[in-house]
Write a protein that binds this ligand. Structure first.
Ligand code: ADE
Ligand code: ZN
Length: 317
C-alpha cells in the first residue's frame, strides 16, 4: 500500500557500499575493509553508542554530488517499498563542523528531492535538524544560514544526545523558526533522563507540531490528553527502539492506538538499524500481532500527521 515516512535521517540511510565508493572517490580512509566488516562493527546498545558510529560514518560525505547520491539512493529504496511521501531530516551541523559548507549539503539533497519527484514519483519535504548537544548559539547560526534556502524547508527538528540537553535550551531558535513559517518537531527519545519533563516542554513551551519518538508519553494521562487535544502525531521507530531500549515498543504502539493517539511507523536510521520502513512494519506485525486494520490505521496516520496541506493529504487518504 502507498506509505509515507516522517522520521528518517538522510545520514542514517548511508549504506556501507556507498560509503566505500565515496571513501575511494574522496580519498577518505575507513576503519573497516569490507561492507560486511563495517556492518559487523555496528554494536550499539544505547543512543550515545549509536551516535558515535553515525557521526563517524559521515566522513565520506564531502561534495554536493555525495549528498545527491546519498539522498537519491534512499529515494530509490523508498520507491521500491511504495513510499510515496517523505519528510526527511538532515543534520547540517554534523557537516559544517567538518568543513563542508551548508549550501553544499542542502543543494545536493534538494536536487535529489526534485529528481525523485519527477523520476520516481516520490514527493518529499526537508526538515533541518539541530544537534542538541551543540550550543543554542550554533543552532541559531545554522537557522540563519538556512534563510536563503527557506523555500526548500518545511520545518526544523532537534536530534542527537538528549542527556542534559532539554528542549527549553532551544526555545529562542524554535520561536524564530516558527516566525518564519516553519513547522516544529523535536526528538523525545525513549527512556531518556527527564523524559516526561522534556515531553511537557515540547508540547507546552515550544508548542511543536509533532513529536519524534515520545513513547514515554503513556506514563502521563495529562500529556496524553494534551497531545490528543493538539491532534499531533508521534513518529515511532520500532527497530531503532529495539537497538536503543531492546524493545520494538509494540505494546506501547497498541496502547497508543487504543487511547486515540496518532502513532506513525518510521525507520529512523535504516542503514544502521538494517531495516527500512517495510521491515519495521513486518517486525511489528510479527511481535505484536497487529491486525490488518491496525496496520492500515498506522499507515494512514503517517499521511494525517504529515505537514502536507489538507488538499495534498486528500490525494493520499
Ligand atoms: N540522530 C539520528 N538518529 C537519531 C536518534 N534516533 N535519536 C537522536 N538523534 C539521532
Ligand atoms: Zn531520529
Amino acid at each position: 500500500m502507498p506509505k509515507a515516512e516522517l522520521h528518517v535521517h538522510i545520514e542514517g540511510t548511508l549504506e556501507p557500499e556507498l560509503s566505500f565508493a565515496l571513501a575511494q572517490k574522496n580519498g577518505v580512509s575507513l576503519s573497516a575493509e569490507t561492507p560486511e566488516q563495517m556492518i559487523a562493527a555496528y554494536n550499539f546498545h544505547d543512543l550515545p553508542s549509536f551516535l558515535d558510529i553515525y557521526y563517524a560514518g559521515m566522513s565520506v560525505l564531502i561534495e554536493e554530488e555525495d549528498f545527491y547520491a546519498l539522498t537519491m539512493a534512499y529515494f530509490e529504496k523508498a520507491a521500491a517499498q511504495h513510499i510515496v511521501y517523505v519528510e526527511l531530516f538532515f543534520d547540517p551541523q554534523a557537516h559544517t563542523s567538518r568543513g563542508v559548507a551548508f549550501d553544499t549539503v542542502i543543494e545536493g539533497i534538494y536536487r535529489a528531492q526534485q529528481d525523485a519527484n519527477t523520476k520516481l514519483g516520490v514527493q518529499s519535504n526537508l526538515i533541518l535538524c539541530f544537534l542538541r548537544d551543540m550550543s543554542a548559539d550554533s543552532a541559531m547560526k545554522h537557522l540563519l544560514m538556512a534563510e536563503p534556502h527557506l523555500s526548500k524547508l518545511i520545518g526544523v527538528g532537534l536530534d542527537s544526545d538528549e542527556h542534559n540537553n532539554p528542549p527549553s535550551k532551544f526555545a529562542e531558535v524554535f520561536a524564530k523558526a516558527r516566525e518564519w513559517g516553519l513547522k516544529l518537531t523535536m526528538h523525545c527519545d525513549v527512556n531518556q533522563h527527564n523524559t516526561l519533563e522534556h515531553i511537557r516542554q515540547v508540547l507546552e513551551d515550544i508548542d511543536v507540531d509533532r513529536i519524534d519518538h515520545g513513547v514515554n508519553i503513556l506514563a502521563s494521562d495529562a500529556l496524553c490528553d494534551l497531545v490528543k487535544q493538539k491532534n499531533i502525531g508521534l513518529t515511532i521507530c520500532p527497530v531503532s527502539n529495539q537497538f536503543v531500549v531492546q524493545s520494538l515498543t509494540s505494546t506501547e504502539i497498541k496502547t497508543m492506538l487504543e487511547r486515540g493517539l496518532m502513532p506513525t511507523i518510521n525507520s529512523d536510521d535504516p542503514s544502521y538499524f538494517r531495516a527500512y520502513l517495510n521491515k519495521n512494519l513486518i517486525a511489528l506485525q510479527q511481535e505484536g500481532g497487529f491486525s490488518q486494520e491496525e496496520l492500515s490505521t498506522l499507515v494512514a496516520n503517517s499521511f494525517k500527521a504529515s505537514w502536507l496541506t489538507s488538499t495534498e493529504k486528500d490525494q493520499y487518504l
